[in-house]
Write a protein that binds this ligand. Sequence first.
Ligand code: SF4
Length: 297
Amino acid sequence: MSTYRQAHKSVFEANKLAKWLRRAVGQAIADYGMIEQGDRVMVCLSGGKDSFGLLDILLHLRDRAPIDFELVAVNLDQKQPGFPADVLPNYLKELGVRFHIEEQDTYSIVKRLIPEGKTTCSLCSRLRRGVLYRVAGELGATKIALGHHRDDILETLFLNMFFGGTLKAMSPKLVSDDGRHVVIRPLAYCREADLAQWAEVRQFPIIPCNLCGSQANLQRAQVKKMLAEWQKRFPGRVETLFRSLSNVVPSHLMDAQLYDFSQVQADGRATPAGDYAFDDESLALSSDNPGKVRVLL
Ligand code: SF4
């Protein structure tokens, strides 16, 4: 292929990717009512590919949205050794977006309190969360936007099932654990691979995430690998799994807090949402209509 055709093809692919990601973010925002008129959205920018993508896409949507909302990019400089402190301010100044860099040496606190060789992430992220909540309050932010994507959400689902015994993923929109903020995840519908590609297209000045010297979360890495293997062997499985998160049938789970089993009574009316007794293996709920049953075999 000639150089010209190659360049033309990559521009075409980049435009397609941009359209797809922006549409996915717009759809997630609309589906979960993430951003409203007059919101001031604090966009947490870690320096990783996902948070750069989040800010980039939200800026694009803000300029075209039928409602007015503000964006403030916030980075927490945790004073990790080798953190290139000028990269984000330079990038953000060039973008012309309002931003705030919060400097808090959580790295030293973590190093002081956690014995050598023990995992530092849980204290580190607790400290980070506290600082970001405080900053959100000081900035008057009405929403805190995080860069978690579809794959993070699915991995969290399996981590909670495998290691926590809970059927729980990550919410697209939820009140923070201190009860004072609304946390949103506008990238909820975006695939990690697309965000990685977008980071390349946009040449984001990515800051490596291993500056603290901590090990990657091995359990998450295992779940990520498991999902990738499934997807390779059964293309489309990850999409189906993800769809299941917005297609929940509480009567077919076992949480009595979610479904009042004590009130179950036969009233003689046939219902496709009822129990199929012996036919469990060959029947499944249709994805587009949870009440409609489709025969798989
Ligand atoms: S990887 Fe490092 S910076 Fe990230 S949460 Fe863990 S200790 Fe903190």
